[in-house]
Design a protein around this ligand. Structure first.
Ligand code: ATP
Ligand code: MG
Length: 523
């Protein structure tokens, strides 16, 4: 049987994994059973990147709000009627916690009547088989996968399948969702689902999509890996105009969006975790009128996304201004400024900066200046005993990097000259070996000889594990790349970012003892 907890630990980003722990603790303390559900499970199993965490509790998650906040989560939105809480977990991880519920659709176009239910009942109200699974996070059954519609088989077959014939009639927003998932994963609709989809389209079920569902579908675009492709598919199917009547793919700044996604990937490869969502929305709607944009924003439930999207230009302008001022007069100062800026803003400004100097500084920050780190003479630093074990090491490494950045240390000799005064005194010599003929004395003499510099037996000092100044320490990667062809989950571990700094290095070999060993030669 697959070990889904292991898969989860392997596939989630460190922030997401911590988030699971946080929600788990809060739910447990409140005595509510908790499950990881929906897209999170689908993506865990299929190997696609997990964009947000969907939790379901048996109980009312609105009651968890205070405890969630106390534990460090931010409440981004609340849907009272559906009893769903949208949260931001520390480190950019998005999540929602919904109540396990039944939904009864009594009238077309009216919201369903919702009632608390068990997780098993809840899974029956879901959209597609691949989204109708739950992983227990509860003591006693932790790791148990509930998969009543055999979603794992449909993941294997790469098929999108509704749970029952009335699915699109009950909630026509599933038409948009079906297209979105089909576009994202390049999975077709299963034959019968396709037939129901076509019938629903012809029957104009889409006229009955709820406004709240429209808001969800708009927001979902922000987190696609290839948003333009999804937008084009929505447009082709006639759904984009439902999200906004003036929205077409021609309103998208395709080149800006393309550049954004490229730079985002570049940053992810460097170990940053920028939330590209607000910038994606900016480019997707670049040529829409302000009033259309305002209308889209009104419909989005997560206000943190809306605010970040609204403020993105102003914040970028502020950063650009600072990058042109004294604060960024030198490469080292620019580095410090950008290291403290939000990765989202660096990302957006990298693509939108109008001033060449700003553009160049960001480019240097993401590429050229990183190569300067290679000029830090780590082996020589290790020989000088300037290793991560030294309390002053982070500062020394930082200072040398800053000086190198500014071209103030122009050669290795100059760099070493700068470093030498920071070298700690060598450790005291080991006690002199005892005289005598016994085997112990002979062994001691041999050990001493091996430590003597120049001796054939002498060990070379070990080079400290690559240590780069703290200034270069980026955050861990948030999302693994979306694989073209997802492999089984276990093989999809996101590439670890290169660990920049402060790995305790192995101690270098000790210097030769001051006294010569005086073991007598054997005859
Ligand atoms: P994404 O990767 O875009 O987040 P998702 O499947 O997780 O995809 P969400 O909008 O986050 O989509 O919804 C979480 C889960 O809630 C879904 O997987 C699905 O089980 C359920 N769900 C969401 N919208 C609907 C809907 N309109 N009808 C039925 N179930 C839905
Ligand atoms: Mg989701």
């Amino acid at each position: 049987m697959a070990d889904y907890i292991y898969t989860m630990e392997l596939r989630l980003t460190p922030d997401q994994l911590k988030g699971v722990g946080l929600v788990q603790d809060v739910a447990r303390a409140a005595g509510m059973n908790l499950y990881l559900t929906g897209g999170a499970i689908r993506d865990l199993i299929s190997g696609f990147s997990i964009r947000d965490l969907d939790f379901t509790v048996q109980g009312n998650p609105l009651k968890l709000q205070k405890d969630l906040e106390k534990a460090g989560a931010k409440i981004a939105a609340v849907e009272e009627d559906m009893r769903t809480v949208f949260i931001s977990l520390p480190g950019n991880a998005r999540a929602e916690i919904s109540m396990a519920r039944t939904e009864q659709y009594e009238k077309t176009g009216k919201p369903p009547v919702v009632a608390p239910a068990t997780i098993h009942e809840d899974l029956r109200r879901r959209d597609f088989t691949v989204n109708a699974m739950a992983l227990s996070l509860n003591e006693g059954s932790r790791g148990l996968l509930l998969d009543p519609f055999n979603g794992t088989a449909d993941i294997e077959a790469k098929l999108i399948r509704i749970l029952h014939n009335y699915s699109f009639l009950e909630d026509p927003s599933r038409l948009i969702r079906a297209t979105r998932f089909a576009a994202r994963f390049h999975w077709p609709l299963e034959e019968r689902t396709q037939a129901r989809y076509d019938a629903a389209k012809e029957g104009k079920y889409s006229d009955y999509i709820l406004r709240s569902s429209i808001g969800h579908e708009i927001a979902a675009l922000a987190h696609e890996d290839d948003p333009l492709h999804v937008v084009k598919m929505l447009e082709k199917e006639g759904w984009l105009e439902i999200l906004n009547s003036h929205w077409t793919s021609a309103k998208v700044d395709a080149s800006g969006l393309g550049q954004l996604m490229k730079t985002r990937q570049q940053m992810v490869d460097l170990g940053y975790a920028p939330d590209a969502g607000p910038a994606v929305m900016y480019f997707l709607t670049s040529r829409l009128s302000n009033s259309d944009i305002a209308e889209l924003q009104r419909l989005i439930p997560r206000k943190d996304l809306v605010e970040a999207w609204r403020d993105i230009e102003d914040h970028a302008k502020e950063l650009a201004k600072r990058l042109m001022g004294k604060e960024a007069a030198t490469p080292s100062r620019t580095w410090t400024l950008l290291s403290a800026a939000r990765p989202e803003m660096i990302l957006f400004l990298a693509v939108t900066a109008r001033q060449q100097v700003v553009e160049q500084k960001i480019k240097n920050y993401l590429t050229k200046w990183r190569q300067v780190q290679q000029k830090i003479p780590l082996p020589e630093m290790t020989e000088l005993l300037i290793t991560p074990q030294l309390p002053a090491y982070p500062k020394i490494a930082h200072d040398v990097f800053m000086l190198l950045l500014d071209g103030k240390l122009r050669s290795r000799t100059e760099t070493l000259k700068f470093l030498k005064p920071f070298a700690p005194p060598p450790p005291p010599p080991p006690p002199a070996p005892r005289r005598g003929r016994g085997p112990k004395a002979v062994a001691e003499a041999a050990a001493a000889a091996s430590a003597k510099p120049g001796s054939k037996l002498a060990k070379k000092p070990k080079v400290a594990a690559v240590a780069v100044p703290a200034v270069a320490a980026p955050k861990p990667v948030a999302k693994p790349k979306v694989p073209e062809k997802p492999k089984p989950a276990r093989t999809q571990k996101p590439a670890k970012p290169t660990k920049p700094a402060h790995k305790p290095a192995k101690k270098p070999a000790r210097k030769a003892p001051a006294k010569k060993a005086k073991g007598k030669k054997r005859r």
